[in-house]
Write a protein that binds this ligand. Structure first.
Ligand SMILES: [Fe+2]
Ligand SMILES: [Fe+2]
Length: 196
């Protein structure tokens, strides 16, 4: 069985109805964004199917994986940050997926990172705007996603950062660096377009 069929079977057997709908939404949205912005749609689909493989797994189990896979201890007791890192390691180890861009897209789908690729942006954004997502500002984000991938990612990261800070939680440094990175490339692009 190929890994796409395998992960689909895993989703069918393990995911809640809500998470199945979310994953299917991310899959479709990621393919669309990949076609629009020039990433590989097949890679986007693969990353989308795997991205939340460990979402909804109890935090004790995630902690076990973090220790066992020798992941950074800052992911201990933080399901929000841990689930993508573990999925990325497992898809490589158990599903034999070697494409680093797919692995990064899964590993950084919650935080983004400095230097994120087009595929990583596509998966990050698809996760935020897929059709079953419903939160204040999502429609503005969907509109921006039609126009500018970098600006849409920055918009989403910024509202995540505000939310995390307001709730007194720890904001991962990868998110801070991702925002700085995107601000810089947006600025560069604008300078370029002004110079013609
Ligand atoms: Fe996730
Ligand atoms: Fe997700």
């Amino acid at each position: 069985m190929d890994y796409i069929s395998e992960i689909k079977q895993y989703i069918e057997n393990n995911f809640s109805e809500k998470r199945k709908i979310h994953t299917e939404g991310v899959r479709k949205t990621a393919i669309k964004l990949a076609e629009k912005y020039g990433a590989d749609p097949k890679k986007a689909e693969t990353a989308a199917l795997f991205h939340d493989m460990y979402r909804g797994v109890p935090v004790n189990t995630l902690n076990y994986y973090i220790k066992h896979l020798e992941l950074d201890s800052r992911y201990i007791d933080n399901a929000n940050l841990a689930h993508g890192k573990i999925a990325a390691m497992v898809m490589e180890r158990d599903f034999d997926i070697k494409d680093q861009d797919i692995i990064n897209a899964v590993a950084y789908h919650t935080t983004g990172r400095a230097g994120m690729s087009t595929l990583e942006k596509v998966v990050y954004l698809a996760d935020a705007i897929e059709p079953s997502r419903n939160y204040p500002g999502v429609d503005d984000l969907r509109k921006e996603a039609e126009k500018d991938l970098d600006k849409a990612c920055l918009m989403s990261l910024t509202s995540t950062a505000e939310f995390v800070r307001a709730s007194g939680k720890y904001l991962d440094n990868d998110t801070v660096l991702a925002m700085e990175y995107l601000e810089k490339i947006i600025e560069e692009k604008e300078k370029h377009s002004l110079e013609g």
